[in-house]
Design a protein around this ligand. Sequence first.
Ligand SMILES: C[S@@+](CC[C@H](N)C(=O)[O-])C[C@H]1O[C@@H](n2cnc3c(N)ncnc32)[C@H](O)[C@@H]1O
Length: 229
Amino acid sequence: MARPLFRRLRPLLLLALLGCASAPQRLRPGVNDRYFDPDAAETWTAVFEGESREVFRHREAIVARLGLSPGMVVGDIGAGTGLFTLPIARAVGETGHVQAVDIVPEFLARIDARVREAGLANVETVLGTEQATTLAGDSLDLAFLCNVYHHIEYPDPYMRSVLGALRPGGTLVVIDFERIEGVTSPPMLKHVRAPKETVLEEILASGFELVREEEGFLQENYYLVFRRP
Ligand SMILES: C[S@@+](CC[C@H](N)C(=O)[O-])C[C@H]1O[C@@H](n2cnc3c(N)ncnc32)[C@H](O)[C@@H]1O
């Protein structure tokens, strides 16, 4: 006799439920789509490296506060067009190394060209995925994410992959936009998924410890320093 439909479908339903439970949540679908437009490297270099951007105006102070020294291995995660990659590479010197990670091949090609032009030999570009940096485990002294966190579609698996790429005791620096109702502009409220408090909770839940917040020199952005325990 034929089994009732529910019984026949039960194994499939269970598998579907398990899949939902284990699939990471995609929190900001499409947030990176515009980076894949033709001429994106050209267009976004002008945006990322323009005076209207607070982190561009304060780029030297930002890099100075990273506490870099010769020989360090740094992940510039979500490196974009390389605004921070080159100064970081200079600060860690010939004995140090920078892994510039992004999901947009055109941005990485632009970084490669700039690195060649600058005569630097200590930068490697790395094509990551939306869910992982793809960097080797325990390989970084410092991971740097500037205006990247709100572009990460799968924050939990991604930040766990950053955690795994850092050596124990390694540092994570996250700079991202403040999102304050009544203060932040409506377009930014729409663009930035979560306020600092939520970002902090998420990063702690991914396994990091908070070390400090660098306060007072940025207004539109916060600057959080974490460590891998
Ligand atoms: C606003 S840009 C910031 C670029 C650079 N950090 C800067 O401050 O100039 C955000 C960058 O994050 C990258 N990105 C988004 N999701 C990413 C992911 N899962 N892994 C690596 N990079 C990612 C984007 O492609 C883009 O280059």
